[in-house]
Design a protein around this ligand. Structure first.
Ligand SMILES: [Zn+2]
Length: 371
């Protein structure tokens, strides 16, 4: 026997031993298995434009604590688009929904096939529907905005709002609630089988199994002011109530106005929108703590306004998006990331799918457009 082969054979022998011991541990159980709960529900929060300094500015200037700071797993998301540039909300949502990076302006399509002639990437909503989970989208933006579109449509351009709305009303998603696009009437929506809702009363009148399309006209991003109009956090609570079922659910909630008020450098409004978004996170996390088996993910698609700390204060330094890493906070999966770790935006939905127990081959996945 060739003496040089010996180390190789030994290595193979020990590798085999390792595999065998892992197998036996898997079959027999050792009595010391981790008690990581199985995730059944996912509530995925996107604070549009919310960088780390949006949180710092809000806390410093309002004196409020943020609930999202109490989430046990904390790190960052790296937000670039396909070419490594600063992303917009369309490419950002595509990364967070589909697990792939694309060009700015594109929604749920590959950079190499922007019209989805041959194929497009599956989004998390579609993945969860395939398993029989209920699904929902709640946003303070228009229902056809880039972020909700990333989780419910596949189009060449975010401005194709009619196509986005058409795809949403054919999607089978159980609830899609946001600001009115002005593109549909209650009659048009009814023809698709969806119930048209525009008030909290309409939502409370929904029956089990109803699919609903919400077209609200109040400012959903504002903190509740005692009037009867719904706010983002109230819609979040109502959505959870409707989606809760034994097969689990996936809900995406977007706080859109952290971005909008950062573009215009309106600090007071930005802080109010962020506090209302944080309230929605608290409601969802309290549900998760009571219910168990629920994953809460909080992140942003990109930072807006390049908020910097200078001369003792957090100030906007631009009216555009920046490439800054954004917060990533998780409840319900302690090994989602390592403490303080920064992962790519497109990695986040992949880890959500994994937490839900999907096989690695299930997501990200390419859908044949011709099929
Ligand atoms: Zn923006």
């Amino acid at each position: 026997m060739d003496i040089n082969l010996l180390p190789t054979l030994l290595k193979k022998f020990f590798a085999m031993l390792t595999v065998l011991s892992l197998l036996f541990a898997g079959i027999g159980g050792t009595g010391t298995e981790t008690t990581e709960t199985e995730i059944k529900n996912v509530i995925f929060f996107i604070g549009d434009g919310m960088g780390p300094n949006h949180l710092e500015k809000t806390k410093a200037e309002t004196g409020e604590e943020l609930f999202m700071d109490t989430l046990p797993v904390q790190g960052f998301s790296k937000t670039s688009n396909y070419i490594g540039g600063v992303t917009d909300s369309a490419a950002g949502a595509t990364a967070l929904a589909c697990g792939i990076r694309t060009a700015n302006g594109r929604v749920g399509v590959y950079i190499t096939d922007p019209f989805a002639y041959a194929s497009y990437p599956m989004n998390l909503t579609e993945l969860c529907m395939e398993r029989g989970m209920k699904t929902g989208i709640v946003t303070s933006d228009s229902t056809a905005g880039a972020t909700p579109a990333g989780f419910s449509a596949h189009v060449f351009q975010r401005k194709y709002t009619e196509d986005i709305t058409k795809q949403q009303l054919a999607s089978g998603i159980d609830l899609i609630w946001g600001l009115s696009t002005g593109l549909v009437t209650p009659e048009i929506v009814a023809e698709t089988g969806y119930k048209y809702v525009e008030s909290m009363e309409d939502i409370l009148a929904l029956e089990d199994g109803d699919k609903s399309f919400g077209q609200f006209t109040n400012e959903l991003w504002r903190l509740a002011g005692g009037s009867s109009y719904p706010t983002l956090s109230q819609l979040t609570e109502a959505a959870i109530d409707l989606l809760k079922n034994e097969n689990g659910f996936f809900l995406m909630v977007e706080g859109a106005h952290i971005d909008k008020h950062s573009h215009s450098n309106k600090a007071e409004e930005m802080k109010e929108a962020l506090l209302e978004f944080d309230k929605a996170i608290q409601i969802a996390t309290e549900f998760a703590m009571a219910e168990g088996n629920t994953l809460i993910v909080v992140t942003a698609d990109h930072e807006t306004g390049a908020i910097k700390y200078k001369n003792g204060a957090y100030e906007f330094t631009s009216g555009s998006h920046s490439g800054a890493n954004v917060p990533l906070r998780v409840y319900g999966c302690n090994d989602f990331i390592k403490p303080g770790q920064a992962i790519k935006n497109r990695e986040i939905p992949v880890r959500v799918a994994k937490a839900l127990g999907f096989a690695e081959s299930a997501f990200p996945r390419t859908i044949d457009a011709a099929a």
